[in-house]
Every structure is written in structure tokens, then in C-alpha cells.
Design a protein around this ligand. Sequence first.
Ligand SMILES: NC(=O)c1ccc[n+]([C@@H]2O[C@H](COP(=O)([O-])OP(=O)(O)OC[C@H]3O[C@@H](n4cnc5c(N)ncnc54)[C@H](OP(=O)(O)O)[C@@H]3O)[C@@H](O)[C@H]2O)c1
Length: 308
Amino acid sequence: MSTALGYRTFGSADVQEFFDRPDPSPGPAEVLVRVAAAGVNPLDHLLRSGHVRALNGHVPFPQVLGMEAAGVVLAVGDEVTGLAVGDRVTGFALTGAGTYAGTTLLLAGSTARIPDALPETWAATIPVAGTTALDVLDQLALPAGASLLVNGIGGGVGLAVAQLARDRGLVVVGTGGAGKRERVAATGAAFVDYTAGDVVDRLRAHAPDGFDAVVDAVGGDSLRGVAPLAAKPDALVSVGDPSVTELGGAPVQRRLDRDGLERVAALMVAGRLDPNITATYPLARAGEALALVESRHASGKLVIDMRL
Ligand SMILES: NC(=O)c1ccc[n+]([C@@H]2O[C@H](COP(=O)([O-])OP(=O)(O)OC[C@H]3O[C@@H](n4cnc5c(N)ncnc54)[C@H](OP(=O)(O)O)[C@@H]3O)[C@@H](O)[C@H]2O)c1
């Protein structure tokens, strides 16, 4: 039995409630994990609000919030290979099983062991922001020296893209609100404050012929504004707005596999990727963390630490 934060109907934050639930039994390709830390992501409130019912419309209530967690394996399903009871792991949760909880089910194929040196709070950010950054840069496959615009550089995904891009020798420019300037500068990227005048004009000053590629983490009108700055339409990739295809661009192709998780963990241990955790919260205050992400102006990653 553990405490979980979830909802019994789709809606705004006021449908969230704490309840106790029995530890779930792992299906053949799942592992039961004692959660040590859980990442907080925009998808969490999108699932709760019923905006992405193709993903969770079929899942019985109550659903528990959260998609990613790090912790210790308590039990493994019959078909699971490469993971054993007692392993420290990070991974993606079974949809609806949630990670804002003391225990949960992770999908074994999307779960990896983590190095001893990696704290669970860092590891909990690998599945969503970490591997999204890896996937989008692998998808673009830019050569060293290429220019990259990151639209929405101050969030969890944007700051990870900025660091991994620098690691690949790319020249990075990013957009964010004024409060993101210092954190972005620490990644080596140039920063353009989108609240301080015409952002497209000021980005053009950085790249008069356009950027070799554009990664968008904002979507909507902001995506439409920066899309023409991609040197070629197919060098535009959005991680959050599927309507990018109407602009000739592509959504990020997610792999969600063990290999990606292990690669990101190794980059963290090597000091090449800092998840930029700006705040940790006890489970009792997880709603505050999600509200900050839902405001769309969070900085870096927010993490629920079950030991607080
Ligand atoms: N496909 C996938 O698997 C996947 C995985 C992860 C995330 N995503 C999606 O990717 C998007 C970003 O995720 P995230 O985790 O990075 O979110 P996040 O941590 O909440 O960060 C979003 C950032 O965007 C900034 N922002 C908002 N409006 C902006 C604008 N007009 N111009 C520039 N920056 C702006 C925000 O702060 P300021 O405005 O204060 O700078 C904030 O720092 C979300 O839509 C999410 O659902 C998709």
C-alpha cells in the first residue's frame, strides 16, 4: 500500500486528490518499483485534463499522475529480461499507473538500470526531458559547427537540448523569458528574451540566413513565428506540437528504449548533462510542482523526492 496523487475524473487541478492504493502487480513486461523520485512534466496535466484521451481515455479511474520515475525494483514480470529485484532503475510508467506515488509499475522495455554514482533525483528526469533531447538531436543529425535555434530553451527539454547540442559542437541560440537568461548562459548558448520586443527580428540578427535547424519546445503561435528561421522546412522539429507538419517540419521521433535511457545516464555521470533541477518537492506538495509546470513558465526540471 502507498499514497498516490491522482484523479477520479478528467478536469483541472481541483480534481487531484491523494488516496492510498495497494501495490500494483506487474504484468509480464512490467516491473514494480519503489519510487524514490519522480519527474514533473507538462504531459502530466495534459493527461489529467483529458486533452490527450488517445493516450489515457481507456485507462480506468483512479489514474495516478506522473510518467517517469527512478527507484528500486521490488518485483519483475514473467517476461522481463535484464532487470532484477533490488536494481536501481529509471523508466517510463505504465500509463495511468503514475509516478506521484510510493510504488508504481514501469514498462520494462522503457526502463534501465542506473549507475551507482547517479542520484535518483537526476535519474528521474532522464525518461522524458533527457531522452527527448537525445532523440531530437539524433533525428537532426547535425554536423559540428551547425547552428541550432532552441525555441523554449529554459524548460526541462530546452536546457537538455542546449547542453547535448553544445556537446556535439553545435552553435546554439535559444529563446526564453527574462528569468531564464543566467541558466541558459551557463549552457554556452546565446539567449534571446522573447518578452523584450520582436523575437523573430532579434533571432535573425544571430542567423541572417536562418538556422541549420530549429527545435521547438513551445508550439502554437510561437512555433509559427520561428518556423521560417529554419534554413530548410525539414530542419524544423517540434517536441510538443504535432501541427508542425503543417509547416513542413516533423514531430520528434521518440524511441522510448532502454538504450536511450542508458546513454543519457552516462552523459550525466560524465558531467556532460545537468538536468537543471530547480526545485524538489515532497509528495505532499506535488500539486504545487505540477501547478508551476502547468503555468508554462517553469525553469528547468521540477522533481518530487519521496524522501522529503
Ligand atoms: N514528445 C515528447 O515525448 C515530449 C517529451 C517532453 C516534452 N514534450 C513537450 O515539450 C514541451 C516542453 O516540455 P518541457 O518539459 O521543456 O516544458 P517546461 O519544462 O514546462 O518548459 C517550458 C518552457 O517554455 C518557456 N516558454 C513558454 N512560452 C514561451 C515562448 N513563447 N517562447 C519561448 N519560451 C517559452 C517557459 O518559460 P518562460 O516563458 O518563462 O521562458 C518554460 O521554460 C511541452 O509541450 C511538452 O509537452 C514532449
